[in-house]
Design a protein around this ligand. Structure first.
Ligand code: MLC
Ligand code: AMP
Length: 504
């Protein structure tokens, strides 16, 4: 039967002494070095007596070892479950519990905090940013060879948790075929080859940095300049050695804000790609004026990987996310009836294809509500298709904030705010922000004759929510605007505060 995902992403590079990872300290790991590391880890995982299909929850800093752990999970048929390094212990406990993870891998500094959550069912190992920790200590004693475990294309390869409108995160289950089909399509569409050097400054716990960036490089046999995070100085330093870069819009606005980012520095590049959040037409234009490059914008989601892309050859249209990828069907429907709307009209974007996930882990109702029986996934994004077939995202049907490429569901923050002393109720909205695109604003209504302590509320939020979800500001209102049905009018609030962070 084999293990197609392993064979096509990793196995094809066996014995290759060409570079795979260029590290900021000048060290280079070849494809062969990387596979040795992955195989040692695979032997370690098997030694833990884990069964294929079990989940491995991983909250670690970006490192070659962390990436090799993904490869080792593919090799052993374990389900890789990467988690944002910003998550607090309280957020992590939910993911560990909900996924029923059999192994938790975390940084040494978080070990004590996570021990109670893992104690019930999971084994706990550590992996630090420099590769130290219990996991690699064990792996170093293992053989650098491993025969991949048999897996079918429908077997699960990864879980990625994504928040929801109710405030409860859902584990999106991705199969081998979901990941492989998308990676191979993107290699072709974006013309990646083994000559490419991708500047990789994204986190590797999300679709963008892990499945889009890394899998595309693996499938094409190229290499990556593997930076721990987006640090402007480091990105500028390494840009001359790269051929391509992928980023969220904040990467590009930060580059444009720096005079050292010149046309000369970018002229040798083959491709700049943006996604995960809308890029302003103004950013597209400024980037082209500065560098002569048109950023290629694409559109995807945790549940679907990539759905659409602007063309490699042909017009890359600012404000559009391009055409459905080969094999992906896209339609715009009436949110109420589900009927397909006439071309050009605005409605709900639905997609179907080999990229679309298998459902939410142990949440059949939520799965049924978003994934139709005929295979179309209801994205929650509102859009239209123009006369030339380009898809435009015009808004969101879901109550979601995207800050610097990270998703925040207001409900999750509201639940924390509503719980605070002196707070009667709250509304959390996204408002424009010059760096993050959008940011979180918390609006509070005090209980009668109480005045909530805003500093104490922020401090409490810090213990419960990852930093990127914290409101940048809290404002106390006399009441929240409501419609005749009693529903909070978030549109009115967004309009009232739209200039809060963008006015000089
Ligand atoms: C960091 N902070 C954020 C933040 N990232 N706050 C809001 N939104 C964010 N995105 C916090 C920091 O903790 C810090 O808090 C403060 O904000 C400023 O820090 P910074 O140094 O400026 O942050 P930085 O480390 O530079 O991070 C910004 C960023 C990063 C944009 C580089 O967030 C990032 O790499 N984003 C990429 C996200 C991504 O990969 N999304 C893909 C999802 S997949 P303090 O304590 O200093 O106040 C997906 C599907 C698809 O969406 O289509 O791709
Ligand atoms: P996530 O759940 O983190 O995978 O985020 C997916 C969401 O990001 C999508 O549903 C869109 O709302 C948004 N998104 C991704 N790419 C783009 C883009 N190019 N333009 C606008 N929104 C995007």
């Amino acid at each position: 039967m084999g293990n197609l995902l392993y064979d096509r992403l990793f196995g094809i590079h066996a014995g290759k002494e060409t570079p795979f990872l260029h590290l900021p300290n000048g060290q280079v790991l070849t494809h062969s070095d990387f596979l040795d590391m992955a195989s040692r880890l695979a032997n370690t995982l098997i030694g833990f007596e884990l069964e294929p299909g079990q989940r491995v929850a991983v909250q670690v800093e970006k490192s070659p070892e962390a990436l090799a752990l993904f490869a080792a999970c593919v090799q052993t048929g374990l389900v890789f479950l990467p988690l944002n390094t910003a998550y607090t212990v309280s957020e992590l406990s939910y993911f560990i519990e909900n996924s029923g993870a059999a192994l938790v891998v975390c940084d040494d500094v978080n070990r004590a905090g996570l021990a109670p959550a893992a104690a019930q069912k999971a084994r706990l190992e550590t992996l630090n940013a420099d590769g130290s920790g219990s996991l690699m200590r064990r792996a170093l004693g293992m053989l650098p060879a491993f025969e991949p475990v048999n897996r079918t294309e429908d077997d699960l390869a990864a879980f990625l948790y994504t928040s929801g409108t109710t405030g409860r995160s859902k584990g999106a289950m991705l199969s081998q075929a979901n990941l492989l089909s998308n990676a191979e399509t993107l290699v072709r569409e974006w013309r990646f080859t083994d000559d490419d050097v991708l500047l990789h400054a994204l986190p590797i716990f999300h679709t963008h940095g892990l499945f889009v960036a890394t899998n595309v490089v693996l499938a094409s046999g190229g290499s990556m300049i593997f930076l721990p995070k987006f640090d402007l100085d480091e990105v500028l330093r390494h840009l001359p050695d790269a051929t391509a870069m992928m980023g969220v819009p904040t990467f590009y606005t930060r580059l444009l804000d720096d005079d050292r980012f010149t046309g000369d520095l970018a002229c040798h590049m083959r491709l700049f790609i943006s996604g995960s959040a809308p890029m302003l037409a103004e950013t597209h234009q400024q980037f082209e004026a500065r560098t002569g490059h048109r950023i290629l914008e694409r559109y995807g989601m945790t549940e679907t990987n990539m759905n659409t892309s602007n063309p490699y050859d042909g017009e890359r249209r600012a404000g559009s996310v391009g055409f459905p990828l080969p094999g992906v069907e896209l339609k715009v429907t009436d949110s109420e009836t589900g009927e397909t709307l006439p071309q050009g009209e605005i409605g709900m974007i639905e997609v179907r294809g080999p990229n679309v996930f298998q459902g939410y882990w142990e949440m059949p109702e939520k799965t049924a509500a978003e994934l139709r029986e005929d295979g179309f996934f209801i994205t929650g994004d509102l859009g239209r298709v123009d006369a030339d077939g380009y898809v435009h995202i015009v808004g969101r049907g879901k109550d979601l904030i995207i800050s610097g490429g990270y998703n925040i569901y207001p409900k999750e923050v509201e639940l924390v705010l509503d719980d605070q002393l002196g707070v009667l109720e709250s509304a959390v909205i996204g408002v424009p922000h010059p760096d993050f695109g959008e940011t979180v604003l918390g609006l509070l209504v005090a209980e009668p004759n109480k005045s909530p302590d805003l500093e104490a509320i922020m401090a409490s939020a810090q213990t419960q929510l990852a930093r990127f979800k914290h409101p940048r500001k809290l404002i106390v209102l006399n009441e929240l605007p409501r419609n005749t049905m009693g529903k909070v009018q978030k549109n009115a609030l967004r309009e009232a505060y739209k200039d809060l962070f963008t006015e000089d």
